[in-house]
Design a protein around this ligand. Structure first.
Ligand code: OGA
Ligand code: NI
Length: 208
């Protein structure tokens, strides 16, 4: 099947380079559904200052990260958000073509206000290493050079790479090895960001 070939190729790239970037990732329908959902959560004031560290060790440190997040909950948000079907499919494709045993995922909406950033880091926490693959879908219409907020990645033994947060661009990368940072942002920046997990985690404990 053609769809499988595309995913096989993407997963090969992920295995070889530790990351893969995909353009026009979501269908127009799923993308616009997601953007409506995001707007609604903004209006409802549901995005909260993000924390750092493993559950129980959550601290708000503005000098490290400045984004606001809303954790998605399948049980609660499924009726409103078509994205879950896509996430289920990706989990399946990673399992099939990367020979991983992902059992779950956790995702949040992320809003970086003007002037914010996220310093260089790895996505696996100390004492909690069940995040296998990081995934980000950007939602910035009309992003232009100078807007900032690029994702800078540091592949081991290779040149650093700067990825612009263009609308409907998606990146997958290995959570355990790929260092990355979000460069300072000159206007607000939106994404949906999450992790494919080896074992399920309790979402409740992640909320500060
Ligand atoms: C993160 C992160 C990168 C981005 O949330 O851990 O590194 O481009 N995000 O939003
Ligand atoms: Ni990160």
């Amino acid at each position: 099947m053609e769809q499988n070939n595309i995913w096989e190729e993407r997963m090969d790239t992920l295995s070889i380079f530790d990351f893969v970037v995909m353009e026009n990732f979501l269908s127009i329908e799923v993308l616009s559904n997601l953007k409506v959902f995001f707007k609604k959560k903004e209006i409802q004031d549901k995005l909260e200052k993000a924390a750092i560290g493993a559950p129980g060790d959550a601290k708000i440190i503005n000098e490290i990260r400045g984004d606001y997040t809303y954790w998605l909950d399948k049980a609660r948000d499924q009726n409103e958000l078509q994205l879950f079907a896509v996430l289920d499919e990706i989990k399946q494709m990673i399992n099939r073509f990367c020979f991983l045993s992902l059992s779950d995922y956790e995702f949040h909406l992320a809003l970086y206000p003007k002037g914010s950033f996220y310093k260089k880091h790895l996505d696996q926490f100390k004492g909690r290493n069940n995040r296998m693959i990081s995934m980000i879908i950007y939602l910035n219409e009309n992003w232009k050079t100078g807007d900032g907020g690029e994702l800078k990645i540091y592949p081991e033994g290779k040149n650093e790479k700067v990825i612009e947060p263009l609308e409907n661009r998606c990146i997958l990368f290995r959570s355990d090895v790929l260092y990355h940072e979000v460069l300072p942002i000159n206007k607000s920046r939106k994404s949906v960001t999450g992790w494919m997990l080896y074992q399920p985690s309790s979402l409740m404990t992640l909320t500060p």
